[in-house]
Design a protein around this ligand. Structure first.
Ligand code: IPE
Ligand code: IPE
Ligand code: MG
Length: 253
């Protein structure tokens, strides 16, 4: 397996898989055809990331706002999620992938919740890539949940309110223990965050692709990785500091 850091590959990639509906519409097909076609891209991208040695891949499958869509589309998306979990979990397990579903799963039908639990349990001990599927997920929901858990622990006397800091919040988010997002990709041409990983993408490199999600594949991902590798991530420092030069470090005298 390649070392992601040495090759300037992102450790954590998060993707807003957008454009399924438009993809279908362009072909004169109903929106659900686009969602089905999108599953193929998911398979392609998951495999490519695992092969590359990416540590964490987080895919936005259904946002906390997507309930606002027409009922039949929401129903179809739930059914597709059920089907994909059933069909793909064994293969993920064989590939040593650990599957995590992040988001408010309590809103899902009982059968789907059970399937999620089973899929997570089957792959729980795998130590390869972590694949997070964000379903009924919202960045604000994640932060609000963390806040609620922290408040409960403070009230129970387990945590000192005065000692709560960024680390405390991070430890209570759904990504606890995983690296922050390095590369944030959105397909479908829109350039917005749509309430995805708000906290965890604080220093992510943003990459927008005009390709509609069903047209996005391992090659398109490779282009995103090449673009990422050429970025200079300064994290607040100066270019000179990053180059290790002792000139112009802003130090007095
Ligand atoms: C993304 O594609 C999939 C989900 C949000 C579930 P869209 O369904 O948003 O496709 P467009 O943006 O309408 O083309
Ligand atoms: C974001 O896409 C959610 C997912 C891809 C799952 P949307 O299509 O729902 O986002 P907006 O509404 O265009 O911002
Ligand atoms: Mg969309």
């Amino acid at each position: 397996m390649t070392d992601a850091r040495l090759d300037r590959l992102p450790r954590h990639v998060a993707i807003i898989m957008d454009g399924n509906g438009r993809w279908a519409k362009r072909r004169g097909q109903p929106r659900h055809a686009g969602h089905r076609a999108g599953v193929e891209s998911v398979r392609d991208v998951v495999e490519a990331c695992a092969d590359k040695g990416i540590e964490v891949l987080t895919l936005f499958a259904f946002s906390s706002e997507n309930w606002r869509r027409p009922k039949p589309e929401v129903k179809l998306l739930m059914e597709l999620f059920m089907l994909v979990l059933k069909r793909e979990t064994r293969r993920l397990d064989t590939d040593n992938v650990r599957l995590r579903i992040i988001g408010d799963r309590l809103a899902f039908p009982d059968k789907l919740q059970k399937r999620i639990r089973d899929a997570e349990a089957l792959t729980a001990t795998n130590d390869g890539m972590v694949l997070q599927i964000a379903a009924n997920y919202g960045g604000r929901w994640d932060i609000a949940e963390a806040t609620r858990r922290i408040a409960a622990r403070v009230a129970a006397g387990e945590l000192d309110a005065a000692a709560c800091n960024e680390q405390t919040v991070a430890e209570h988010l759904s990504f606890a223990g995983l690296p922050d997002v390095d590369l944030f990709i959105r397909t479908g041409g829109e350039q917005r965050l749509s309430n995805f990983v708000l906290w965890q993408a604080a220093y992510a490199e943003l990459y927008f692709s005009d390709l509609l999600w069903p047209d996005f594949d391992a090659r398109a991902l490779e282009t995103a990785f090449t673009d990422f590798a050429a970025r200079e991530r300064r994290f607040g420092k100066t270019t000179e500091q990053l180059k290790g030069s002792d000139e112009d470090q802003g130090l007095p005298g």
